[in-house]
Design a protein around this ligand. Sequence first.
Ligand code: IMP
Length: 427
Amino acid sequence: MPSVVVVGAQWGDEGKGKATDQLGERVDLCVRYSGGNNAGHTLVVGGEKFVMHLLPSGILNPRTTTVIGNGVVVDLDVLAAELKQLEERGVQVPHPLISANAHIITEYHKVLDKVTERFLGNRRIGTTGRGVGPTYSDKVNRLGIRIQDIFDEPILRQKIEGALEQKNQLLAKVYNRRAIEADEIVASLLAHADAIRPYVIDTGRYLNDALDAGKVVLFEGAQAHHLDVDHGTYPYVTSSNPIAAGACTGAGVGPTRIDRIIGIAKAYTTRVGEGPFPGELFDEEGEALREAGGEYGATTGRPRRCGWFDAPLVEQSAKINGFTDVFLTKLDVLTGWEKIPVCVAYDVDGVRHDKMPLTQSEFHHAKPIYEYLDGWTEDISRARSFTDLPDAAQRYVRRIEELIGCRISGIGVGPSREETILLNDLL
Ligand code: IMP
């Protein structure tokens, strides 16, 4: 029985929700291993649209148990609100299991996320402002608050007072903000203790036992390769490891337990927040892609920056993650162009780079070198097999496959679960 990791191959928002949902029917466990509610998964099921930020995307499949791994940072208010929202829309879902070791995003992390961004001015990262970065910083600084802490009030208080001793100095003296009361934070966290207690477990042991028992486990990365703190376009990245290897640390399973790694790549490129993006289109072509693809952030509503498919970018993530397959999403968005440019290399100060350049400075200077592929005008949303696609669309997919060095096993031709072409079984 396989275990599969699903990872974004670009800068996020590739449509991972749709791809994971595709596998959903056959998945016993769906595990989030990194990030927090900075993510945004849009799922369309039975014509209804659901946007989730923290809950694993498998939450809508009644036979799937969902798990929030130790590598996730959890805003307990958001967790409760997302579950309540589903309930209000008449969707009954089992509560996710939660790692006792996952770190908690508190109010002071959210405040610090916003004030530090403001303080950075034009060097800002363009974060989602959800407190994710400061929470991971505290984790590494050994100042974090974990889920298990809310079951031991004296310890919780001690840890929060310890953290605030430092944060309040920073807030008042550097950022000119009011100090935060430990009591407020303690009370807000304790308010969730009873509701989540039955679901807090040693998720690492649980997942390994499930794998031993032959269960199908899907590890769902949030964000994407190029937002990874080690491998992405640092410092314009998130503060965790969304790459496939992050599933091992963020869920507590060994590398030998992973069978498949599916990279999700959009048929073009988008990015939200700051940071280099060599192929960014500032003209009406970019605007047309944004409108056709509905490229507005699911978490913040920000318009996404758009560009054509960047092959060296995805080739890099295919290599570092060890993708066994790629799922190409939103191919239908490209319908109607006479020619479709694909970035095949970069020009960096007059030198051609077929692969991503080594340094940040070079990448900031990179200009895309395009190859122009024939477009198609036929509506492809009803295509269910590869040969249903117009010849030009087939050639587009095959050329991308060649450029990124990994087989394409799934193609998204529309937003709903059914609007998919599968070339190879994903499990
Ligand atoms: P943070 O994760 O909120 O700290 O933001 C760091 C960077 O990652 C910013 O550029 C965000 O826009 C980007 N980011 C975080 N989560 C996502 C996501 O789910 N999709 C796309 N970009 C994201």
